[in-house]
Ligand binder design. Structure first.
Ligand SMILES: [Mn+2]
Length: 233
């Protein structure tokens, strides 16, 4: 959400009309946008009110090394105590979720293909930071530096080991709001259209029994967010 409260409200409103009862947010709630604190308060209130039905995964911006630099610390008026408290909450966020027993969700993606039981929350770097790429194997990302990119074979092996069907991740800006990788095995989503003035599309997905329906939205001529497309995949 990167501090885009308007996009969050739009998605929540649409979700209500879709009769969607459970939500998995893929992380990066703060930094960059203007309303990080409001987005966080809205999400935390939802989590308090509906603890079973709201899952807030951790993004790479829910780490103090990052959110001290990209806006959030400033938004908190550089209040050290509050900064420490909020980041302690971020430390406790889950890193990944499995939806409907078949879809693995994490902010960045995966690293070395391992069994789900072996994923340690304390060693979550790959799941917060990695990106998919078309080349096989794992390679250092030239774009981000220090993080890795994982290819179709890594995705395939991870899904095979864990008996899963798909991966859904976020982390990469996408002008269209979403992109399929690896013959439909991985879905990349980005949920805010106006990231750093990009004027693209945002997207969210409805997952029901193995079916994923994607909704893309952007600004209409009046300047409000509205749906531009939806489809079954
Ligand atoms: Mn990210």
């Amino acid at each position: 959400m990167h501090g885009d409260l308007e996009a969050l409200e739009f998605i929540l409103e649409r979700a209500e009309t879709l009769d969607c009862g459970r939500f998995v947010f893929l992380g990066d709630y703060v930094d960059r946008g203007e309303h990080s604190i409001e987005v966080l308060c809205r999400l935390f209130q939802l989590k308090i009110d509906h603890p079973e039905n709201i899952v807030l995964l951790r993004g790479n911006h829910e780490t103090s090394e990052i959110n001290i630099c990209y806006g959030f610390y400033h938004d908190l008026d550089r209040d050290e105590e509050l900064f420490t408290l909020v980041n302690r909450t971020f430390d406790r966020m889950p890193v990944a979720a499995v939806v409907n027993g078949s879809v693995f969700c994490a902010h960045g993606g995966i690293g070395d293909p391992v069994s789900l039981d072996l994923i340690e929350k304390e060693d979550c770097f790959a799941y917060l930071w990695n990106d998919p790429c078309d080349d096989p194997g794992l390679a250092i990302s030239a774009q981000r530096g220090g993080t890795e990119m994982f290819g179709p074979d890594v995705c395939e092996e991870f899904l095979r080991i864990n008996g899963l069907e798909k991966i859904v991740r976020a982390h990469s800006t996408l002008e269209t709001g979403y992109k399929w990788w690896f013959d439909g095995k991985l879905l990349s989503m980005f949920s805010i259209p106006d990231y750093c003035g990009m004027k693209g599309k945002g997207a969210f997905a409805l997952m029901e029994k193995g079916n994923i329906e994607i909704f893309a939205f952007g600004r209409d001529i009046e300047g409000s967010y509205s749906l531009v497309s939806s489809g079954n995949c």
